[in-house]
Design a protein. Structure first.
Length: 132
């Protein structure tokens, strides 16, 4: 949910400065609803209630280490991996990942993966440069 430091700021603004949830939300940028939920949770269960929860959903297919290694591969250019040109396309990146890591990605997911690695669409597609 929130960290202790944020909670302290909220609590101080509310208790010592008499600010409303709306005023605090405008200063610290959570929604009023979230702010009220955090205060209620703390009052009921203490700091443990404010601890960040693991994000739901499927774990990443590539570990952080493999994603870093993939960046290095992409920077070498597609030609380095046997493609006719250095041009990286989504299907080529998907093939590289499947060959090197045994993990399959749909070509439509490759653009999201590349964006998460710091590449822009044109950087990855045109020159094999990026993320750096």
């Amino acid at each position: 949910m929130i960290d202790y430091e944020t909670y302290c700021k909220i609590k101080d603004a509310h208790d010592n400065h008499g600010l409303t949830a709306g005023q605090i939300a405008r200063r610290l940028h959570p929604t009023r609803r979230s702010l009220r939920r955090w205060l209620r949770a703390y009052a009921r269960r203490g700091l443990a209630a404010l601890a960040r929860k693991p994000l739901p959903g499927r774990p990443p297919r590539l570990t952080k280490r493999r994603r870093r290694a993939l960046v290095q591969c992409l920077l070498k250019g597609a030609g380095h991996y046997g493609f006719a040109t250095d041009l990286w396309t989504s299907p080529r990146v998907a093939q590289l990942i499947a060959r090197r890591y045994g993990v399959t990605y749909h070509v439509d997911a490759i653009l999201r993966l590349l964006a998460g690695l710091g590449f822009s669409r044109s950087e990855a597609a045109v020159s094999g440069q990026g993320a750096g």
